[in-house]
Design a protein around this ligand. Sequence first.
Ligand SMILES: Cc1cc2nc3c(=O)[nH]c(=O)nc-3n(C[C@H](O)[C@H](O)[C@H](O)COP(=O)(O)OP(=O)(O)OC[C@H]3O[C@@H](n4cnc5c(N)ncnc54)[C@H](O)[C@@H]3O)c2cc1C
Length: 349
Amino acid sequence: MRRPRLDGVSPYPKDVLIRRSHPISRLMALLLKEAMSKQIAIVGAGVSGLTCGVLFAERGYRTTIFAAETGDQTTSAVAAAIWFPYDAAPLDAVIAWALETYEVLQPLGADPASGVSMIEQRAFTRAGELAIPEWAVSLGARRLPAADVPRAFSSGYTLAVPLTDTTQYLPYLTKRFRNAGGEIYGGIHLENLEEAALDCGLVVNCSGVGARTLLPDREVEPHRGQVVLVPGIPHSHATVCDDPPLMYAIPRADDCVFGGSNDPSADRNPDPALSARIVAECSRALEIEPPSVLRERVGLRPFRRSGICLRADRLRDGRRVIHNYGHGGSGFTLSWGCAGAVLALADSA
Ligand SMILES: Cc1cc2nc3c(=O)[nH]c(=O)nc-3n(C[C@H](O)[C@H](O)[C@H](O)COP(=O)(O)OP(=O)(O)OC[C@H]3O[C@@H](n4cnc5c(N)ncnc54)[C@H](O)[C@@H]3O)c2cc1C
């Protein structure tokens, strides 16, 4: 198998397919089974696939990622990527995985190359008093004094959370994966999971909204989100309000992410009228002049009606598969907790 270039993604390697046209001995079959059990194929190169890739590769598994889209093309690259449980179910599991992820991301903030930093997040409501959730209390959240509540809101709380700047964090995960021996092949659209490298005994399915057609799993529904990138704003804290209309402003090192929207749609084209609404609402809430627009972006949150799918199963050809998709609006927030659960399932067999 050819190694991918470090700065890019390799084309599909024909030799990843093993065609077993000759009968093999029992010993050979056992050896092959043993070797295959340490070889993992991951489908998907978003935050879920890359995080699983890092965990498996750093544990010594021979790990290969196959994906239709990589890097900037993925939904993961569009995310504001602040740690915050949102638009994902079931709540108990979401909070547990989110808190595990917090524990991993917080220390990563000490490594400037990771693109992770701790940021003050101010969460607001437009009417009444915003209750501080129990999980936020456990992380030290406290109510904001009236003087810190902008006129657009009625109350809020503040909390320190990890922010993953996707422009740095996704390349960081990719590099860490490759340094551990992992390989990534992009531009590969699979019609079904059985097509994933036949020499791998375990397939990990991190296909995000793609699971809707890949499996197919009709429980998955795209929750379209549009953001607008603007130049840096005068605030160093993040502002979030998930009452309708959803509004957030997330300052990053080189720009600021204004959001947002959440509609059941698979349309990936930016809507200029929606961008104008987002900029107007964020500027009103932040009490600043509307900034210029650097870029508009759209991503499809992989929401799953009956909750995140994280479970082991068998493919039609008998190989093991572990599904890890349906993280909705919380893929970054849940990434390490879910990847740890995937690894535990793999190790338990
Ligand atoms: C506007 C917006 C803002 C967001 N903000 C946040 C936030 O602040 N915090 C947070 O935690 N989350 C946020 N999210 C949610 C987060 O982006 C997603 O939950 C996360 O990106 C999902 O990651 P994933 O790896 O599961 O899927 P994706 O990033 O979609 O990756 C899926 C991968 O699977 C591949 N794939 C799919 N089908 C196939 C196939 N048939 N064959 C081969 N490959 C396939 C794709 O090519 C891709 O590589 C936001 C999302 C949006 C849209």
